[in-house]
Design a protein around this ligand. Structure first.
Ligand SMILES: Nc1ncnc2c1ncn2[C@@H]1O[C@H](COP(=O)(O)OP(=O)(O)OP(=O)(O)O)[C@@H](O)[C@H]1O
Ligand SMILES: O=C(CO)[C@H](O)[C@H](O)COP(=O)(O)O
Length: 315
């Protein structure tokens, strides 16, 4: 089905369809971390999360003898992923393959039924035009490479059974495919998020990570001028995007005080004009720590999800 037809079908007033959010990025860029908070907030009864790394064509053992890595589109069932994304976008269930990161094996597929909101995260959700046509909101996670490598080494040695040297060797092996297939997805995102030290700010190693959010005009963002006015730890700047067009960049300092973070969260939430109170529990990290820049990013994504839910056709 050509991608324009997906747009047309999704725009038809014929029934409820889920709001679709894509979170793309390289391995250990923080996709699961961001997704987990959103699911906790909206609840599993309203939100379905899908990881498209489950569409790996080969298991870990088979991949050893291939001339490419898990990042390569040929190493993934891209056409099946596209079909499944279309079905989910139309509110239909799928029988999704499952890749077990613990054993490195492809295991029993699972039935996935889309709820009101579907988050699709993984290495290649924005790889093709057809896949991109399925989403209402698109995000690319873009941490500094040094930071991502450190996260990957820690995560893969503690939870996926690798040695640090194996992870570093794999990162070296992946670099060309990362540049060819993962990083180009950045240009297709409505929001580009970078958790890391902000350029020009003295943020010593070990300091809480700041966030830089590029808010492209491809979707309607909440009015943030007033939210950041007078704030010490948040700034909105107008920059030139990679294509030369003006784009807003929101900075949230890692050392934002809990009081200021709370004021900002409430202000963003109020712009949604909903009856429910500001959700707690945002900003959780893997080791039980919390991050306000992560929480504010999640809140902005919640804003977009709930706003898109409000304008979609009723059943
Ligand atoms: N914003 C953040 N602040 C601090 N640590 C983070 C952040 N995001 C991710 N991490 C760390 O990086 C590790 C990898 O993150 P996560 O599992 O979310 O990445 P991912 O993109 O889902 O990875 P993969 O695609 O390989 O499954 C986490 O275990 C966590 O320790
Ligand atoms: O990039 C990754 C996303 O998590 C994984 O490394 C990829 O899915 C392959 O998995 P494995 O580490 O089991 O070979």
């Amino acid at each position: 089905m050509p991608h324009r037809i997906v747009h047309m079908l999704r725009a038809r007033d014929t029934g409820r369809r889920p709001v679709m959010l894509a979170i793309a990025g390289d391995s250990a860029a923080g996709k699961t971390t961001l997704t987990r908070g959103l699911v906790e907030c909206l609840g599993e009864d309203r939100m379905t999360a899908v990881c498209v790394d489950d569409y790996h064509r080969y298991d870990r053992e088979e991949r050893r003898n291939k001339p490419f890595t898990a990042l390569h589109p040929d190493c993934n069932h891209i056409e099946v992923m596209e079909q499944h994304l279309q079905l989910l976008a139309m509110g239909e269930p799928i029988l999704k393959p499952v890749y077990d990161h613990g054993s490195g094996r492809l295991v029993r597929p699972e039935l996935v039924e889309p709820r009101d909101f579907v988050i699709v995260e993984g290495l290649l959700p924005l790889y093709s035009k057809m896949a991109r046509a399925c989403f209402d909101i698109t995000v690319y996670l873009d941490p500094p490479e040094e930071q991502r490598h450190a996260w990957k080494v820690r995560r893969d040695t503690t939870r996926r059974g690798y040695t640090a040297e194996q992870v570093r060797e794999e990162l070296r092996r992946r670099e060309l495919e990362s540049a060819a297939f993962i990083r180009p997805q950045r240009r297709h995102a409505d929001i580009v998020v970078r958790f890391g030290p902000l350029a020009g700010r003295d943020e010593p190693p070990g300091a809480p990570l700041s966030a830089e959010l590029l808010l492209r005009p491809t979707i309607d963002h909440p009015e943030l001028d007033e939210v950041v006015r007078g704030a010490d730890a948040l700034h909105l700047r107008l920059l030139r995007d990679t294509d030369g067009r003006p784009v807003d960049s929101l900075h949230v300092h890692g050392d934002v005080s809990p009081e200021e973070a709370e004021i900002v969260k409430k202000a963003v939430w109020e712009r949604l004009d909903v009856d429910t109170p500001l959700p707690g529990g945002l900003g959780g990290l893997a080791d039980g720590d919390r991050s306000d820049p992560v929480a504010i990013t999640q809140l902005l994504l919640l804003y977009h999800l709930i706003n898109a839910d409000r304008v979609r056709p009723a059943s």
